[in-house]
Each structure stands twice: as C-alpha cells, then as structure tokens.
Write a protein that binds this ligand. Structure first.
Ligand code: HEC
Length: 143
C-alpha cells in the first residue's frame, strides 16, 4: 500500500511548502522570531542609545541570524533591500545611526494608521536588538 500513498505524501509536502512561502510574503503579520543571545554581556532594563556591541564578532554573528529571521523579509537578505523597505546599508554608522535604529526597532513604523513595520519591543530583547544593529552596521555602505 505504501507505493500508492507516496504521491499523496508528496502533494501534502508541496502544499505545506506552498503555505510556508505565502506566510513569508505576507508582510506585517509574521510572528517575530526569538533570538538566542547567549554569550553576550547582559544589558539590563535601561534602554541604551548607543550600541554596546558595536564591532563585536559574536554580536554580529547573532545579529545576522536575528536579522535574517525578523528583518530580511522586508529589508532584504544580507541587508540589500529589494525596494520594499529602506536599505539599511545606508543607515549612518555610530551613535547617530544607533539612536535612529533603536527607536525604529522598538516602535516600528505606522504611517496613516497602516503598520509598515511592526514594533519589536516586547518580543525581541534589547540584547537581540543591539546584536542586529551590530550586524547591520557591519554591512554599512559608504557609497
Ligand atoms: C513588514 C516589513 C518590515 C519588517 C519585518 C521590518 N521592517 Fe524596518 N522598516 C520597514 C519600512 C516600510 C520602513 C520605512 C518606514 C518609513 O517610511 O518611515 C522601515 C524602516 C526601518 C528603519 C529606519 C530606516 C531609515 O532609513 O529611516 C530601520 C532602522 C529599520 N526599519 C530596521 C528594522 C529591523 C532591524 C527589523 C528587524 C528586527 C525591521 N526593520 C523589520 C519595514 C519593515
């Protein structure tokens, strides 16, 4: 009986893959993915305005995976935007960029009542946010 059931399983698998792809493209309503920040110095409750992990290799590595799971669907893989959202390679380096970054990632962006970018405060830890910032800054483009 297994041979006749095999194609059914294939169809089911294809359907699941199809649904997965549709979810990825539905902007705005995708569940934020937690980021494991084990190994990074804990930050505490107070919100910082400056990235404590700037240039930190482990933070960049953690941030890369955090970015790919939470931001890439809008801001593009490897921080190269396909046009859906601003290209974060051009976000200023250093403290000015840090301040802008933390405001945006905490509160998201709502324009005329439409959520263009979800708020990540409450779902990502501050450690995860700054790790993502360290990754984004490592991809900075001066041109
Ligand atoms: C659902 C799509 C979406 C997701 C997911 C998303 N963003 Fe955004 N983001 C946007 C849009 C759209 C804007 C531009 C909003 C505006 O016009 O003010 C934006 C703006 C920003 C800005 C300001 C950029 C600038 O040049 O002003 C930063 C920083 C940013 N996002 C970071 C992130 C990070 C980090 C993540 C992941 C944790 C993320 N975003 C996830 C859509 C998204």
């Amino acid at each position: 009986m297994i041979p006749t059931r095999f194609p059914v399983a294939l169809v089911a698998a294809a359907a699941i893959i199809g649904v997965g792809a549709a979810t990825v493209h539905a902007h705005g309503d995708v569940t934020p993915q937690p980021v494991d920040t084990t190994g990074l110095k804990p930050i505490g409750e107070e919100w910082l305005e400056k990235n404590p992990y700037s240039g930190n290799d482990l933070a960049i590595k953690i941030g890369s995976s955090g970015y790919n799971q939470n931001c890439a669907r809008c801001h593009g893989l490897e921080v190269i935007s396909g046009g859906l959202a601003p290209d974060l390679r051009y976000l200023e380096k250093g403290e000015t960029g840090d301040e802008w970054f933390i405001q945006r990632i905490r509160h998201g962006a709502t324009i005329n009542g439409v959520t263009k970018m979800p708020a990540f405060e409450g779902t990502l830890s501050q450690e995860a946010m700054w790790a993502i910032r360290a990754y984004v800054e490592s991809k900075h483009d001066d041109s």
